[in-house]
Design a protein around this ligand. Structure first.
Ligand SMILES: Cc1cc2nc3c(=O)[nH]c(=O)nc-3n(C[C@H](O)[C@H](O)[C@H](O)COP(=O)(O)OP(=O)(O)OC[C@H]3O[C@@H](n4cnc5c(N)ncnc54)[C@H](O)[C@@H]3O)c2cc1C
Length: 591
């Protein structure tokens, strides 16, 4: 069963992502290292002892629907309430609404632990936190006063309603209608699909954030507005009032995350003879809903990246335990009698180390992204812009690289279990099934790669990415300068990877400025992978540079010698593979 790797998480936060330097420089208010350690320790305990034991049954029983009522698997609702009462929903939320105002870095680290313990459980808070951010950044004071405290405490939850049957990656096709009611409120009509925790039994009220179109709105994404649509209306004294006209029609039967209800939501069909139309309240300005939703989506994208890390960590722990128990074959290094545990076989070791190194590399990327978010707070404009661009640059990589490796690592975990990996009882297959959604939702990984190449590389004329590459070079030089012999050729190998990364970045920037956007788009996904491998390799090496880093040096070297060489091959793919892709692709089209 999952045990939260609190030491490793703390080490990565402090020594890789920059938490220690920020604390030392007094950039995080009166937050102390002791408090950081205490929060991580307690979060680890709750995740390991309370949430992880629910994971298997959550998968087996799943969420169920009767009428419009969703019941979550045994133990989930009570554990959620205990979790919220423990203040965990509020750790990074604004203090003015009852939150603890702790840095994103801590919230992301805690989120990793909830998700490792059970992705099906942790998805509910993941969306709630995005709703808090959107409401706090864009909601009117009145809306904030009515809703935020309850959502921050976890007494009510939040959802995110974008997707419709004809509208997934392309929100321009959105059809849900919002009609002004003449009293400052709106009536919402339409169908949303795939809504995570759209209905559940954790809390009395659910606050849906819904994208919809006003009657006179311009076509496309410029005509979308954001509304808050509560399941129950709220009376002036803050108590719950009438039921609103929003209901769960059905829940999906899915490959994984069975505990998490994925709902078809119907807005405004009318019920019990009442006039149809779900009452909604505008968040931000009319037709500017996508901007508001992006606040929520950026947060959610990093947190989905963390889900990739989380599921990879859990799958790794599971596989490592099995590899130490399962005996097959002989090994010269095994001094026991009979067959050796499979962890003695180099090929199994390769698999386990790949799992561990990929997980730690992705963790370094995600935490560094959270650090960049924290560094924006209270900074002068120029510096805030620099950190905003850094978090913007890292968000698609955090999301897509981490969730891709989440799938790879969980799949390797199944392989390490041999035939038993294919049998549900061992639990290895659940990680693989659960992990598979992460590259799909919150903007597919293909969309993340496009975002990285077309929107993030050109930030400040390419300076944002060039500065970042410069910082990776500083890590390479620090590794070269250390007298730690165990690093071997790590510095040279990382330098090759960073060179390939830089040359490919320049090629893409030129392709974009030459108007060859199709060629750039063709290389977007392999480029994102290269970005993840080069930066992940550097973060692993940085992790080894700390005084207690001996074991981490071995892992960084393993990764440099066994995985970062892929960067050179990916350079060829991006810079030489686009024309054949575009040419050969024409034959695939039937229309
Ligand atoms: C379990 C689950 C939970 C979810 N939770 C929520 C939720 O809470 N709220 C919510 O609103 N939605 C939610 N979703 C929906 C999810 O975000 C979408 O499924 C996702 O954004 C992809 O949209 P789509 O399914 O319509 O795929 P499509 O947009 O049809 O994409 C199909 C394929 O085409 C590719 N593609 C599409 N457009 C382009 C392009 N321009 N360039 C290159 N490639 C492209 C995609 O990468 C993908 O591989 C959830 C989905 C699932 C399965």
């Amino acid at each position: 069963m999952y045990r939260a790797p609190v030491q490793e998480i703390a080490h990565t936060l402090k020594n890789v992502a920059g938490l220690k330097a920020a604390l030392d420089a007094g950039e995080l208010g009166d937050l102390s290292e002791d408090l950081v350690d205490a929060v991580l320790e307690e979060a680890g305990r709750f995740a390991s002892e309370r949430i992880a034991p629910l994971n298997r049954e959550g998968d087996e029983t799943g969420a169920t629907l009767k009428g419009a009522v969703v019941t979550t698997p045994p133990g989930f609702a009570q554990t959620y309430r205990d979790w919220a009462e423990g203040g965990w929903n509020a750790i990074s939320s604004p203090e003015e609404f009852g939150g603890q105002g702790l840095p994103n870095m801590l919230a992301v680290a805690a989120s990793e632990m909830w998700n490792s313990a059970s992705m099906g459980f942790a998805l509910c808070p993941l969306l709630t936190i995005g709703a808090i951010e959107a409401l706090h950044a864009h909601g009117s004071r009145e809306l904030q006063d009515t809703y935020l405290e309850k959502i921050v405490s976890g007494e009510w939850t939040g959802t995110m309603n974008l997707t419709e049957p004809q509208c997934g990656s392309d929100l321009a096709a959105l059809k849900t209608r919002a009609e002004p009611a003449g009293d400052g409120t709106y009536r919402i009509f339409g169908q949303k699909i795939f809504i995570t925790y759209g209905e559940h039994d954790f809390t009395e009220n659910i606050c849906h954030l819904v994208l919809a179109r006003l009657p006179d709105a311009p076509a496309g994404t410029r005509g979308i507005s954001l509304f808050l649509v509560p399941k129950f209306l709220v009376n002036e004294d803050g108590s719950l009032g009438e039921r609103n006209d929003v209901f769960c029609q059905s829940i999906e039967h899915k490959l994984g995350i069975h505990a998490s209800p994925t709902c078809v939501m119907i807005y405004g069909d009318g019920f019990e003879g009442r006039e149809a139309g779900a009452i909604g309240y505008l968040i931000g300005e009319e037709n500017r809903g996508l901007n508001c939703m992006f606040t929520m989506m950026n947060n959610a994208r990093l947190n989905v990246g963390i889900q990739g890390v989380a599921v990879a960590e859990a799958a790794y722990q599971h596989a490592l335990a099995y590899a130490n128990e399962r005996k097959q074959g002989k090994s010269g290094e095994y001094d026991g009698s009979g067959m050796a545990p499979i962890v003695y076989h180099p090929d199994v070791v390769r698999n386990l180390l790949t799992m561990k190194a990929m997980t730690n590399a992705a963790r370094g990327i995600c935490y560094s992204c959270a650090h960049a978010l924290d560094m924006q707070e209270g900074k002068p404009d120029e510096e805030a812009k620099k950190w905003a661009e850094r978090s913007g640059l890292l968000t698609p990589v955090a999301k897509a690289f981490s969730t891709d490796i989440g799938c790879e690592v969980a799949s390797i975990g199944v392989q390490i279990h041999g035939g038993m990996g294919f049998i549900e009882e061992t639990g290895a297959a659940q990680y693989m099934r659960d992990a598979r959604i992460n590259p799909i939702y919150e903007g597919t990984n293909g969309i993340q790669a496009i975002d990285l190449v077309t929107r993030k590389l050109p930030l400040s004329g390419g300076k944002a990415v060039r500065d970042y590459i410069g910082e990776l070079r500083e890590i390479v030089e620090a590794v070269r300068g250390t007298n730690h012999e165990a690093f071997g050729d790590t510095a040279e190998l990382l330098e090759d990877a960073v060179n390939a990364f830089e040359e490919t970045t320049e090629w893409l920037l030129k392709a974009l400025s030459d108007g060859e956007s199709e060629a750039a788009l063709a290389g977007a996904t392999p480029y994102l992978r290269m970005f993840g491998l080069a930066s992940g390799g550097c973060y692993l090496a940085k992790s080894g540079l700390s005084p207690d880093g001996a074991e981490r040096v071995e892992l960084a070297r393993f990764f440099a010698e066994n995985h970062v060489a892929e960067c050179a091959a990916l350079k060829t793919t991006v810079t030489r593979g686009s024309q054949s892709l575009l040419n050969a692709g024409r034959a695939l089209r039937s229309a």
